[in-house]
Design a protein around this ligand. Structure first.
Ligand code: NDP
Ligand code: MG
Length: 383
């Protein structure tokens, strides 16, 4: 039986992963769970999943959880902080880690899991965005395969399964276009509630805003670049509002393979957890005669400048993706808190990137320093 640690179990991906595991009935045992601050949900998950080890962010919460465990006669190892996240990612209780935390905080635990030779199901895209070269080199060294959870990358991964990488002509990443694909008014008046109202996917807040700005697709292009070792000139982005085609691969003979399903993250999550096996999933089956139309369109880089900024950062590489990502994480937080406008997100990222002197072939320390610097500069701009 596989034993899994879920980093970010209280989030959108984490909760769906627990549902998937429950439905697989005994094939996967949950060894560890983590949350940032949602202790109430973590307690419910502890009762249902019976993990051996958990991690929370603050020490006070670890102490509170410890008292709760004593009162309820639950035996549990409780860790906290970034050290806790790193320790649980590499702990002996599991042979598999699902990384579903949000943001660059996922980098250190991901590296710890790779170094401990865990099988990895990867949802946390920001780690790959900021340190893709280091992560992929570490994965190769430790003979660890990263199985993508992101739906587009799961689609590409499945299309590539039987194919020789040399035969790939390009990867076509699809994007729903988010809530503002057909929005004709000025983007500067967009409210938080409008940006959080995604037409096809229900996700955590940060990725939902990234989907509204199309930053998410830029992050995903960088993710694909690293996961599939492919140049940015061979990654095309296509808007596909129905979110039925999750991505495509075009081969040298002009064949295009695509992955289709109704939009649900349970599918790529289950595939990553059961890989290399494909298991039954009792979801409704695709009915193209009901869907009738699948539309595709080119992205509008002028209306969605975050997409261009992310692609530029990816092409510049070095420490620039870390700077772009950190500025975005901060700016999205400020937008959600009502401190800046929707259109300020791109303006701030552009400014912060323009002030950064890229370090090529950066070490991990260079990347963390760039991340920290960009957060401080972003904070100053958002005053
Ligand atoms: P959520 O915000 O819903 O969940 C994030 C999880 O990480 C929660 O458990 C949260 O705890 C925890 N967390 C947040 N910040 C920290 C921190 N600083 N330290 C430790 N733990 C933290 O995010 P999603 O599930 O939507 O996304 C997770 C990742 O998966 C992201 O990288 C996203 O881009 C990617 N992804 C998500 C998809 C989706 O459908 N949601 C689709 C494809 C990719 P708490 O609950 O306490 O906040
Ligand atoms: Mg995606």
């Amino acid at each position: 039986m596989k034993k899994i640690v879920i980093l970010g179990s209280t989030g959108s991906i984490g909760c769906q992963a627990i549902n998937v595991i429950k439905r697989l009935r005994g094939e996967i045992e949950i060894a560890g769970l983590t949350t940032y601050s949602n202790l109430a949900l973590l307690k419910k998950q502890i009762r249902v999943c019976r993990p051996q080890i958990v991690s929370v962010w603050k020490e006070e919460q670890a102490l509170e959880l410890n008292e709760w465990c004593k009162r309820n006669k639950i035996k549990l190892e409780i860790l906290h902080g970034l050290e806790g996240l790193v320790e649980i990612a590499g702990c002996a209780a599991s042979d598999m880690v699902l990384s579903a935390v949000v943001g660059s905080i996922g980098l250190k635990p991901l590296l710890a899991a790779i170094k401990s030779k865990k099988n990895i199901a990867l949802a946390n895209k920001e780690a790959l965005v900021i340190a893709g070269d280091i992560i992929m080199a570490e994965a190769k060294k430790n003979k660890v395969k990263l199985i993508p959870v992101d739906s587009e990358h799961s689609a590409v991964f499945q299309c590539l399964k039987q194919e020789d990488a040399k035969t790939v002509h390009k990867i076509i990443l699809t994007a729903s276009g988010g809530p503002f694909y057909r929005y004709n008014s000025s983007h500067s008046d967009i409210k938080v509630s409008q940006a959080l109202d995604h037409p096809t996917w229900k996700m955590g807040q940060k990725i939902t805003i990234d989907s509204a700005t199309l930053m998410n697709k830029g992050l995903e292009a960088i993710e694909a670049h690293h996961l599939f070792n492919i140049g940015f000139d061979k990654i095309e982005i296509v808007i596909h509002p129905q979110s039925i085609v999750h991505s495509m691969v075009e081969f040298i003979d002009t064949t295009v393979l695509a992955h289709l399903s109704y939009p649900t993250m349970e599918l790529p999550i289950q595939y990553a957890l059961t890989y290399p096996e494909r298991c039954k999933l009792p979801l409704r089956r695709l009915d193209l005669s009901v869907i009738k139309r699948l539309e595709f369109d080119a992205p509008d880089f002028d209306r969605f400048p975050c997409l261009k900024l992310a692609l530029n950062a990816g092409k510049i590489s070095g420490t620039m993706p870390a700077v772009m990502n950190a500025a975005n994480e901060k700016a999205v937080r400020f937008f959600l808190d009502g401190k800046i406008k929707f259109t300020d997100i791109a303006k701030i990222i552009k400014k912060v990137m323009s002030l950064h002197k890229t370090i090529e072939n950066p070490s991990l320390d260079d990347i963390f320093a760039a991340d920290l610097w960009a957060r401080e500069v972003t904070r100053a701009f958002s005053g």
